[in-house]
Design a binder for this molecule. Structure first.
Ligand code: 13P
Ligand code: SF4
Length: 363
């Protein structure tokens, strides 16, 4: 039997699509679990069994007994689900084009070149712990597993950095310079001891002396969604609402994080605002789908939630997981066909799992 072709789903109306998702889910029962990231669009998020930030979702993927994990998120998240689940379970990404542009800013060839070049400046394995943000491809997690390193997420980066410094005096942090810088700053590391490594320049654009003096090397990578927030937006909000509270994701720039009242993962943002007193007013620096959903959910308690940017910043790759792809994936599964499985090669999965397990053992 061949899989149902995706082309047949283009013409479905929104209502038909939603009805077919519900019917396929009912037919599948416990055969499939739907894990959903907080940035997922509302017309997909409503079908989630479990939701969370990257850390929570990686734990949930490791704990579920369901044979099929349908991941409504981006590619690296589905890879983590494949790595952390049992071999007989499958992780599925409804649209393979749902990547993460930040994750794409580092690749294995460039990280290996960086490691080699660092080795010319000093004894790299004795000096640097590689730490990869979970927003990275499985082969970079495997690189960390192999070289005594670890994975971190936006909710545990501080604890992970402490672990990393406990092993070696310096950290090579990739691919998000902003999360790395904010984490180092919270540990009391001066900004001039955190240097940006530009993978497109020889020796990262640094001198051997600068590398020797640095505590953290920050890969020159960023999230294009969180780049759209700036301090001017925070200042304007505070001028209009002196009692307003500002909360931002640590992928935002240093200036935005420093000007915010709270900084944390998507799960922390959701929890903090849901648990806040009635009548409070919030400015939120993270992706639009999350902010709009949260604004709707807390409005009955008289809380006001405002998006930080004056222009739309959605995660366009997460957005690709739409109801048509979800219906297509689920109906194929219900018909006994597996489409878009995410399979990390076993040698890579083994090393990546080592780095992920080091993280999960800490928090
Ligand atoms: P969280 O782990 O905070 O959900 O962040 C994931 C992400 O990609 C944010 O852009
Ligand atoms: Fe990647 Fe940015 Fe989208 Fe998060 S918001 S998944 S970092 S592109």
């Amino acid at each position: 039997m061949t899989p149902l072709p995706f082309d047949d789903y283009h013409a479905l109306s929104d209502a038909e699509c939603q009805a077919r998702i519900r019917a396929a889910r009912q037919q599948l029962g416990k055969e499939a679990v739907l894990l959903c990231h907080h940035y997922q669009r509302a017309d997909v998020y409503q079908h989630a069994d479990l939701t969370g930030d990257s850390l929570k979702l990686s734990r949930l993927a490791a704990e579920t007994d369901s044979p099929h994990i349908v991941f409504c998120g981006v590619h690296f998240m589905a890879e983590v689900a494949d790595i952390m689940s049992r071999p007989e379970q499958t992780a599925i990404l409804p649209d393979l084009a749902a990547g993460c542009s930040m994750a794409d800013m580092a690749n294995l060839a460039k990280v290996e070149r960086c490691w080699r070049e660092l080795g010319e400046a000093l004894e790299v394995e004795a000096n640097f712990t590689p730490v990869t943000y979970i927003n990275s491809a499985a082969d970079l997690k495997a690189f960390c597993g192999e070289h005594g390193g670890i994975v971190c997420t936006s909710s545990n980066a501080g604890v992970i950095a402490q672990w990393a410094f406990g092993r070696r005096p310096k950290i090579l942090f990739f691919p998000d310079q902003h999360l790395g810088r904010w984490t180092g700053h919270n540990m009391g590391i001066p900004l001039d001891e955190m240097r940006v490594w530009d993978p497109d320049l020889p020796l990262g654009g640094l001198t051997p002396n600068a590398i020797n003096q640095a505590k953290i090397l920050l890969w020159k990578g960023h999230c294009s969604v969180h780049q759209m927030f700036n301090k001017r937006q925070i200042d304007a909000f505070r001028a209009r609402h002196p009692d307003g509270i500002v909360i931002a994701h640590p992928e935002c720039s240093f200036e935005v994080c420093a000007a915010s009242d709270h900084v944390g993962s998507t799960e922390l943002i959701v929890k903090t605002i849901k648990e806040a007193p009635a009548g409070t007013r919030w400015l939120v620096g993270t992706e639009l789908n999350l902010v709009e959903r949260l604004a709707r959910e807390v409005a009955p308690q008289g809380k006001t939630v405002q998006f930080m940017s004056d222009i739309i910043c959605m995660c366009s790759t997460m957005q690709r997981i739409d109801p048509r792809h979800l219906a297509w994936t689920l109906e194929n599964l219900a018909a006994g066909q597996l489409v878009n499985p995410i399979i990390v090669p076993p040698h890579e999965a083994k090393l990546a799992k080592l780095a992920l397990e080091r993280m999960l053992a800490l928090r």
